[in-house]
Design a protein around this ligand. Structure first.
Ligand code: S3P
Length: 189
């Protein structure tokens, strides 16, 4: 645990879900800065725990091993307060994940089309084993279709196609102000 829930609100943590390339990490980092909360990316936490990169884990130990590590890390991080969490694209897409969150968790689905996801991840496909060429377009379309029913369980959906990190972050903050009366760092000054 890292600190108490925000005393001004019932909001304990923010969890971002969505497909690869949807901006979970960039938006999460910006939200953390705005709220003066810690930001943690599930993939980074898995890498730190395993002492190797995500592609290396996939390559050497397989996806199942990665998913088990990701599940452990997710469970631990969801017990923390005053934290913005960016889950990996596959984390939310397992049964039960978004149904059983601790109270005070606000979940946002950052929505992206498969075309834009592939475009954004593009040259960095080596960092996303599941979208490594060839066949990234077809794989992305199929994966997104399978995952959408899970992502849809988030409290709010925010479109990201063609939008900047600043714009998406502002929309999320607007929802948080309205629903939880959160105050950003600049507003508090
Ligand atoms: C994955 C998404 C990646 C990473 C891994 C698997 C997925 O995270 O966890 O490559 O299954 O969608 P990002 O969504 O942060 O790219």
């Amino acid at each position: 645990m890292s600190g108490e829930p925000d005393a001004r609100t019932d909001l304990g943590r923010i969890l971002l879900v969505g497909f690869m390339g949807s901006g979970k990490s960039s938006v999460g980092r910006a939200l953390g800065r705005a709220l003066d909360w810690r930001f943690v990316d599930f993939d980074d936490a898995v890498s730190a725990e395993e002492g190797r990169s995500v592609p290396e884990i996939f390559r050497a130990s397989g996806e199942d091993h990665f998913r088990r590590a990701e599940a452990r890390v997710g469970q631990r991080l969801l017990g923390e307060d005053r934290v913005v969490l960016a889950s990996g694209g596959g984390w939310a897409a397992a049964p039960g994940r978004l149904d059983a969150l601790p109270p005070g968790t606000a979940t946002f689905w950052l929505r992206i089309s498969s075309d834009e996801a592939v475009r954004r991840v593009g040259g960095g496909a080596g960092l996303r084993p599941l979208l490594a060429a060839p066949g990234a377009e077809e794989r992305a379309t199929r994966l997104l279709e399978e995952r959408e029913p899970f992502y849809r369980l988030a409290n709010w959906a925010v479109d990201t196609d063609g939008r900047s990190v600043e714009d998406v972050t502002a929309e999320v903050l607007g929802i948080l102000r309205r629903e939880y009366a959160v105050v950003t760092r600049t507003e508090a000054e």
